[in-house]
Design a protein around this ligand. Sequence first.
Ligand SMILES: NC(=O)c1ccc[n+]([C@@H]2O[C@H](COP(=O)([O-])OP(=O)(O)OC[C@H]3O[C@@H](n4cnc5c(N)ncnc54)[C@H](OP(=O)(O)O)[C@@H]3O)[C@@H](O)[C@H]2O)c1
Length: 325
Amino acid sequence: MTRRIEFKQHGLPEVLDFVEFSCIAPNPHQVQVRNKAVGLNFIDTYFRNGLYEVPAFPSGLGFEGAGLVQAVGSAVTRFKPGDRVAYATGPLGAYSDVHTLPEDNLVHLPKSISFEEAAALMLKGLTVQYLFRQTYRLKAGEIILFHAAAGGVGTIACQWAKALGAKLIGTVSSQEKAAIARSAGAWEAIVYREEDVAERVMALTGGQKCPAVYDGVGKDTWETSLNCLAPRGLMVSFGNASGAVKGVDLSSLAQKGSLYVTRPGLPSYANSADSLQIMANELFAMIDQGHITADIRQRYSLADARFAHEALSAQKTTGSTVLLP
Ligand SMILES: NC(=O)c1ccc[n+]([C@@H]2O[C@H](COP(=O)([O-])OP(=O)(O)OC[C@H]3O[C@@H](n4cnc5c(N)ncnc54)[C@H](OP(=O)(O)O)[C@@H]3O)[C@@H](O)[C@H]2O)c1
């Protein structure tokens, strides 16, 4: 019996049902994966609640997972049944016992990395790879601001920045989360409910502010993020945890110092089998060298995905969360 999480309309976590479904044989270029672990990501809540549209209803959910190949299409050359694999770039439907996806969206998973670790690190780790190594190439000694530093992407960012010798200032909602961010490698953590973020950043940087701000929170932090940027700094707005940023006033970018803004997404960086493999190789090397470890702090059975969504949306999770089929 094959089961997956499915939803027939957008809404709160209770729209997520755990249902039986029949998975069809892979087409010539597809690979069918029996999932061993599935990653929970904030983007999954956007597809569930309708901030992002799904191609059709009923819809599957989720982009990230790891498992064993159970069948391959006739034209597939790089994978065979029994291979250990991981993925993070879609299509939707990872919240499932079995997921079928294009060969180009898969990578071989090294034996040194467990399925759970891969499900926790693939999407979030590849995101940090492009944020720090491609969108803005972070250099040793630089001070940057990173919001939601105790979250899934955030705890990986803390570790990666430290490995690069950069000083990451993280924002978090509580002292407990500040401790998590610091132990992951943040240079400093600002509890935004207790302190003025822009003032602290100004003090911590000796008035210089930051060459780049990484903002996955969106609406609530947009203005603060701009105020933390040095002249000609780069605003990397990569998520909407508090809501989407709308109606950007371009002239304010000039007034605040000729700022640059980018709104990046993983699919436009991992946009081919080659680029995905290059990014994954770098992530796997960081893991193998001990710079990055999976910080899995919540595990749910796949059937309980709705409870995982409730916790993530209510800011109750820290580090990564995996769903287990
Ligand atoms: N563009 C891309 O390629 C890409 C890829 C991956 C992730 N992302 C984005 O990166 C962000 C982090 O993703 P994640 O999966 O690692 O999630 P996460 O950071 O584990 O969870 C989101 C965190 O955002 C903070 N937050 C602030 N205001 C919030 C609000 N109103 N509601 C909920 N959370 C709020 C919370 O931390 P505090 O309690 O400390 O405030 C919360 O724990 C998300 O915006 C996601 O969409 C983007």
